[in-house]
Design a protein around this ligand. Structure first.
Ligand code: NDP
Length: 449
């Protein structure tokens, strides 16, 4: 190498910034990874010769497409769709679809980049991708959602398939949306092919997929706490969001003896010091698709507060961001430190800003990075793919046991790698280096691709 590892990282990051000027989330995700992987680049000078940093920050292919659909009044509506196939060094592209008004190229690329490293940590044969649309399912009728999903599928059917690219859900895409996309894919291709995961268990879905990211987060958290001589029993938790990840993280945490005292959505949060009633939350959010304020209307012990970021000022032992990117900034992290939070584990993707991560590290707060802590969803999607290939369905208990083992293995991989590279206890560094090395080595082994 004719430059030091630090110089190589710096110059590669400068190129990423220059080539992606209007993509702050993507640049943020790459910056976060590059600030932690220097010891690995130092140990592997061949990465420089093989242009690994350049190759790992350039998606293999990006599709941007028009999605025309008709609303219930017969009006023509146009949305924009994305599929970023970031990296296929380790297997077919895999990563969710997000339907949310904020979806753009930067968000799709940061998610696909993170997904590549996350998938590497699972030890399963998965490449990384992500996509979705700026369509907002909120306030749309079921028929409108179906028509939109059918139009989306009419475009993406061309590049998804069981051994090429297998999307799943993410924000705004649950079993209902996966069902509509799958149904249209089947009509167009004439095949009952397993090109999506997150399907309903009646027609090829896996048990535990719905619970997987939330349960997996808690299994990961359990390992983190145990390693530091603690358990979940008796701890107080705040969990942002009240969607798929948040609800099942709350369910598993309460099952293991913790008290979840607060949850949120994009409009506000509820504080329920005696502990969130999870069945009521499921009924309101999953069943009736209501705002979280409805929880306080139905539960007199709970208070509703406008504004979702206020949740981080509540004194708790553990904070689990499970809503969206950049929801914990440096100020929120400082409040957590002042309130004696002992651990933050990310259920969402990149919910903590890079400045906030520094604050947490400086305050000695345990930190579980999303690409490790929320990998249970994609890992269970891979188990769904295995069951589909075998034309079998495993029981809830069997999938749950596999998920737990995978999360424990991911924890230990991160912890061991952090130690090996001179940063004991730094799971963020451990996760980034472990994922990076795996993708980098596979890339070299596959020639100039
Ligand atoms: P859902 O759509 O089921 O739920 C999202 C939750 O986050 C909702 O409560 C939503 O509130 C809230 N939220 C969304 N955007 C914002 C915002 N800008 N500010 C505050 N709250 C917001 O999504 P998931 O639970 O599936 O996903 C949550 C996070 O977990 C995402 O970061 C996703 O990428 C990540 N993730 C998900 C996986 C999965 O298997 N589903 C796997 C791994 C990671 P509202 O309803 O008001 O919009």
């Amino acid at each position: 190498m004719n430059m030091t590892a630090a110089q190589y990282l710096e110059s590669a990051l400068a190129v990423v910034k220059k080539q992606n000027p209007h993509q702050p989330e993507f640049v943020q995700a790459v910056t976060e990874v590059f600030t932690t992987i220097r010891p690995a680049v130092e140990r592997h000078p061949e990465y420089f010769e093989h242009c690994i940093l350049e190759r790992l920050t350039e998606p293999e292919r990006v599709a941007i497409f028009r999605i025309p659909w008709q609303d219930d009044r017969g009006r023509i509506r146009i949305n924009r769709g994305y599929r970023v196939r970031f990296n296929s060094a380790l297997g077919p592209y895999k990563g969710g679809l997000r339907f949310h008004p904020t979806v753009n190229l930067s968000i799709s690329k940061f998610l696909a980049f993170e997904q590549t490293l996350k998938n590497a940590l699972t030890n399963l044969p998965l490449g990384g991708a992500k996509g979705g649309s700026d369509f907002d399912p909120k306030g749309k009728s079921d028929n409108e959602v179906m028509r939109f999903c059918q139009s989306f599928s009419t475009e993406v059917y061309r590049f998804i398939g069981p051994s090429s690219d297998v999307p799943a859900g993410d924000i705004g895409v649950g079993v209902r949306e996966v069902g509509y996309i799958f149904g249209q894919h089947k009509r167009i291709t004439g095949e009952f092919e397993y090109a999506l995961t997150g399907k309903d268990v009646k027609w090829g879905g896996s048990y535990v997929r719905k619970q997987a990211t939330g349960y997996g987060l808690i299994y990961f958290l359990h390992e983190m706490l145990q390693e530091n001589g603690r358990t979940l029993d008796g701890l107080r938790l705040s969990i942002s969001g009240s969607g798929n990840v948040a609800i099942y993280a709350a369910e598993k945490a309460q099952e293991l003896g913790a008290t979840v005292v607060a949850m949120s959505d994009s409009t506000g949060y509820v504080y329920h010091p005696q502990g969130i009633r999870i069945e009521l939350m499921k009924q309101l959010k999953e069943g009736e698709r209501k705002r979280i304020s409805a929880y306080a209307d139905q539960c007199s012990e709970a208070e509703y507060h406008e504004g979702s970021s206020g949740i981080w000022a509540i004194p708790v032992d553990v904070a689990l961001p499970c809503a969206t990117q950049n929801e914990i900034d440096a100020d929120s992290a400082r409040k957590m430190a002042d309130n004696g939070v002992i651990c933050v584990a990310e259920g969402a993707n990149m919910p903590t800003t890079n400045e906030a991560i520094d604050v947490l590290h400086d305050a000695g707060i345990m930190f579980g990075p999303g690409k490790a802590a929320n990998a249970g969803g994609v890992a269970t999607s891979a188990l769904e793919m295995s069951q589909n290939s075998l034309r079998l369905q495993w029981s809830f208990a069997e999938v749950d046991a596999r998920l737990k083992t995978i999360m424990q293995n991911i924890y230990w991989l991160c912890a061991r790698t952090a130690e090996e590279y001179g940063q004991p206890g730094d799971l963020d560094t451990g996760a980034n280096i472990a994922g990076f090395i795996k993708v980098a080595d596979a890339t070299i082994e596959q020639g100039l691709v």
